[in-house]
Design a protein around this ligand. Structure first.
Ligand SMILES: Nc1nc2c(ncn2[C@@H]2O[C@H](COP(=O)(O)OP(=O)(O)O)[C@@H](O)[C@H]2O)c(=O)[nH]1
Ligand SMILES: [Mg+2]
Length: 304
């Protein structure tokens, strides 16, 4: 069950109930009473899966498996989807957030503007502080002054320390944070980054530079290179994932704003297309609104 910040399974289930009804409920309702998988039924099913933001290719694949076969009946469609989703999630890798008790742990947090990177860092700082860790935040979004202010507020709330240098090169901020962390024995560095996709080339170069500073100065310490996705962006998120994956070697995804979103199917789309596991989920704007993602619970909440 949830490893930190107690929330009942029922609450989690409520938060993804919109996803459950668009992704599972509607499909089961439209298919399960049918006699057979006619082209008409399959087309309808495909449209619903695409509408739930599973992605065109993945939706087509799921539907194609049902064509010209007689093992799976329309009345089994719920089980069929459940098995398929379980497979995809387990192929994408472990949901467990990397952590090494015997060394420095760096979490490199990337994603486009507004997805919730800075908020996630505040939540993570709070989580690690609660676990008794020494936490340093590197304010690597030096582009917007407001971004650093916001991070300052989060660090104070969480009781974490921060390295910020207004308008400095983000890579140099991260360099300084690594030196400080080594000298003062920090357990965790959370690296915030900019997300201005309007200038994609420069942003990707900036991220690569930060990554190489980490690789050079703390080669064993990069615990997660995480992409933050807003659950509401659906398939757009998949496109974003591809751009970031090309620049830095992503290890996992954090999905924010899952509260209320009907597009939680992006978890499956990212697992399927990018082979990236979701490790963290944001379910609100408060410091406590962070959950470890657990595939089994996600499946259970979708299908129960
Ligand atoms: N409902 C909800 N809002 C969130 C969540 N995470 C972040 N936000 C909100 O999204 C907005 C943008 O967040 P921010 O952290 O500044 O995004 P950044 O530009 O990626 O750093 C803010 O208004 C946050 O309060 C979440 O899990 N749920
Ligand atoms: Mg930010």
């Amino acid at each position: 069950m949830f490893k930190f910040f107690s929330e009942s399974f029922d609450n989690f289930k409520k938060k993804i109930s919109n996803t459950a009804s668009t992704l599972v409920g509607n499909v089961v309702e439209s298919v399960s009473e049918e006699e057979e998988f006619s082209e008409f039924v399959l087309d309808d099913m495909e449209d619903l899966l695409i509408g739930a933001d599973l992605g065109v290719n993945y939706a087509a694949e799921l539907v194609d498996n049902l064509r010209n076969q007689d093992k799976i009946k329309p009345s089994d469609v719920k089980n069929y989807l459940k098995n398929e989703f379980e497979k995809v999630l387990s192929n994408a890798g472990s949901n467990e957030l990397g952590y090494d008790n015997n060394g420095l742990n760096i979490y490199f947090i990337t994603g486009v503007n507004g997805v919730g990177k800075t908020t996630l860092i505040g939540k993570l700082a709070y989580k690690f502080k609660n676990e008794g860790k020494k936490v340093l935040i590197a304010a690597g979004d030096t582009f917007r002054a407001a971004a650093e202010e916001q991070l300052d507020i989060w660090s104070k709330r969480a009781g974490a320390d921060i390295v910020r240098r207004d308008k400095a090169d983000p890579a140099s901020v991260v360099y300084e944070a690594i030196q400080k962390a080594k000298n003062e024995n920090y357990d965790v560095i959370l690296v915030d980054t900019a997300g201005r996709l309007q200038n994609k080339y420069n942003l990707m170069e900036e991220l690569k530079k930060i990554k190489s500073v980490i690789d050079k100065n703390a080669p064993e310490s990069l615990r997660e290179c995480m992409l933050v996705l807003d659950a509401n962006t659906g398939q757009n998120g998949l496109q974003q994932a591809k751009v970031f994956a090309e620049a830095v070697n992503l290890t996992s995804v954090a999905l924010t704003k899952l509260d209320g979103s009907a597009k939680g199917a992006i978890v499956l789309a990212v697992a399927k297309e990018m082979k990236l596991p979701v490790k963290l989920v944001g379910v609100g704007e408060k410091m406590e609104d962070l959950r470890n993602f657990n595939s089994d619970e996600f499946i259970q909440a979708l299908f129960e």
